[in-house]
Each structure stands twice: as structure tokens, then as C-alpha cells.
Design a protein around this ligand. Structure first.
Ligand code: BTN
Length: 324
């Protein structure tokens, strides 16, 4: 209902009379007024004039489901949106919904997270209305050992989405941090529920720093940046989210249909890590070497000083100045 009223107002430049709206929507004029009121509560600026009717002046800068749907060119991704003004973590909400049977492609999006989760137990700073914090539910039919590919795929999709919405060319730090001028602009956290040979569901949580003006308190070893800081002007969060959803759908469909090789090549082409001397911290240990390649299962191959290859499945990449 609300969507219909919005569409109707958006389709006209000027005012639409209450009478016309009530006829087109088949509801009473009181019902029209009530809908206008609830849209205003959501932040839509709707002007009402006694003899002229209603006019939509401004859409709110909110990631509301009706706004996401407008101009979203996908078949199944982001067609069901769970929108939350505030939550602890969209990954947590998505995992619960997935357990309850939510459809593939359902997304959970929040304006603010009080306990945004980062990788390796860290926190993801999620100030209100500044970034895009969302989680996608996938139900792939491949074996659990292929799940790390989902993370690489998501990095490629988000990199494409950022390019399309802002023109900015990002780099990917293994496995899936997205960097702009050496600052981290996107973090991705994939979580899986599976048994030995099948995946029940994957949730891919994506946090994009968009209009963060202040320096994000750096609990990370890597400095943070935002799209706005790089472009020196505000960026439409909605547009970034929509383009990322479109690219996520394309990448996932491509993976399922044609395999992973092309996506991996695209990841390699955008890599910030390959060819560099890196140190990878994992658990209590660390290993150094030249990042030579990434394998189809998502692991990173390091050429150590003695010429041997070390395969890293998970860990944090750092860039020491020189090889020891
Ligand atoms: C990282 O440490 O780089 C991963 C950060 C992932 C943050 C996103 S924001 C949306 C989703 N919900 C969470 O709690 N975390 C992910």
C-alpha cells in the first residue's frame, strides 16, 4: 500500500489530489491521509496543500525496502529485505532468519549496528546513517570446502558495485578487505552453517564505509577510510547498495553456472596482495613470504625465503617494509 502511494506521488511532478489518490488506490481519503502520515514518519517529505493535494518533495536518506526496490535490477537478490533502524549485528539476525527458512537472496540491512562483528572477533564500527551494513543469505548446493570462495566472490562483487556507483577503483587485500588508497573501506564477514557434506546456509555480511566524515577509531591495524573521504563529497548509500546487490547476483549466478575460474581471475586482477612481501598472522604464529597466488579454494600461496611454498587458509595479512 505504502509503495503504491509512493509510486503514485513519485510519478507526478506536481501535486496529486487526495481524491485522485483514493480512486487510484481504491481506499478512502482518510486512509490516504494515514498513509501520508506514516510515510512522513519514515522521513519522506510530503507537502499537503488544501485544494491541490499531495506532493513528494524529498525522499529520506534511508535504506528502506521501498527505496532499495526502486531502481534495483535483480531477479532474486535483495528482493526480500529485512530493514532495521538498529540491531546488534545484521549477521546475527540473518543467521536466525536463515535457520527459520528465509529464502536465498534475502538481505538484512541496518542503519546502525550496536555490535557490528568484524573478522577475528573484532568489532565493526557502524555509526548510524553513515555506512551500509547488510547481510545476504545464500543457500549454495556445493560442498562446505568451497565456502571460502563465497568470500572472494563477495569482494569482487562489491568492488564492481563501488566502481559502478562511484567510479572508484578499489583493490582487494586477501582475502576480502577492500582498500582505497591503502585505507580499508569495506569489510566482509562470511559465516556458514553446514554438516560434513552440505551447506545449510551462508551469510555474507558486508560493511561499507560510505559517508563517515570523522576518522573511524582505528582498532584495526589498517587505517580506515570512506568513499566520501576519497571523493570529497557525499555518496548515495542507496546507489552503492543497489549496485552491490546487482553484482552479487551476477557473480553468484556466474559461479553456479560457469564455475569459479573467471571470478578468481578478476579477484587476482584487483588484488592488492599478490606480488608483495607479506606477513600473515594466524593463531599464535606468523609466516612471511611473497604472496604468489590465490588458489581456487581461496587459500593464499606464499613463497618463503627458502623457496618453499606455504599455503595460508586463514589469517591476517600485513605488509612489513622489507623481507627479513
Ligand atoms: C572485517 O573485519 O573486515 C569484516 C567486517 C564485516 C562487517 C559487516 S557489517 C554487516 C555485517 N554485520 C556484522 O555484524 N558484520 C558484517
Amino acid at each position: 500500500m505504502k509503495k503504491n502511494l509512493l509510486d503514485l506521488l513519485a510519478a507526478k511532478e506536481g501535486y496529486v489530489s487526495g481524491e485522485d489518490i483514493s480512486q487510484e488506490l481504491g481506499v478512502s481519503r482518510t486512509a490516504v491521509w494515514k498513509q501520508v502520515r506514516s510515510l512522513r514518519e519514515l522521513g519522506y517529505d510530503i507537502d499537503a496543500q488544501p485544494r491541490q493535494g499531495y506532493r513528494l518533495r524529498l525522499r529520506p536518506d534511508r535504506l528502506l525496502p521501498a527505496e532499495i526496490a526502486r531502481g534495483l535490477n535483480t531477479g532474486w537478490m535483495g528482493r526480500e529485505v529485512v530493514y532495521l533502524e538498529e540491531t546488534d549485528s545484521t549477521n546475527e539476525v540473518a543467521k536466525k532468519l536463515a535457520r527459520e527458512g528465509a529464502r536465498e537472496g534475502t538481505i538484512v540491512v541496518a542503519e546502525h549496528q550496536s555490535r557490528g562483528k568484524g573478522r577475528q572477533g573484532r568489532q565493526w564500527e557502524s555509526p548510524p546513517y553513515s555506512g551500509v551494513y547488510f547481510t545476504v543469505i545464500l543457500r549454495p548446493s556445493f560442498a562446505p570446502r568451497y565456502a571460502p570462495r563465497a568470500t572472494l566472490m563477495a569482494a569482487v562483487a562489491v568492488a564492481r558495485g563501488i566502481k559502478r556507483s562511484t567510479g572508484l577503483e578499489v583493490r582487494i587485500k586477501w582475502p576480502n578487505d577492500i582498500l582505497l588508497n591503502e585505507g580499508k573501506v569495506v569489510g566482509i564477514l562470511t559465516e556458514m552453517s553446514s554438516d560434513m557434506d552440505s551447506i545449510h546456509h551462508l551469510v555474507i555480511g558486508i560493511g561499507i564505509n560510505i559517508n563517515h566524515e570523522i576518522q573511524i577509531p582505528s582498532r584495526y591495524r589498517y587505517p580506515a577510510t570512506s568513499l566520501q573521504s576519497e571523493l570529497k563529497s557525499p555518496v548515495s548509500r542507496l546507489e552503492v547498495l543497489q549496485r552491490c546487490l546487482e553484482e552479487l547476483e551476477k557473480c553468484y549466478d556466474e559461479w553456479v553456472k560457469d564455475g569459479f575460474a573467471n571470478l578468481l581471475d578478476e579477484w587476482r586482477a584487483m588484488s592488492h596482495t599478490l606480488g608483495r612481501w607479506v606477513k600473515v598472522n594466524f593463531d599464535e604464529a606468523a609466516v612471511e613470504g611473497t604472496a604468489e597466488d590465490v588458489e581456487e579454494d581461496g587459500s593464499l600461496l606464499l613463497r618463503q625465503k627458502d623457496g618453499s611454498i606455504f599455503r595460508v587458509v586463514a589469517g591476517e595479512v600485513l605488509f612489513p617494509k622489507t623481507a627479513k
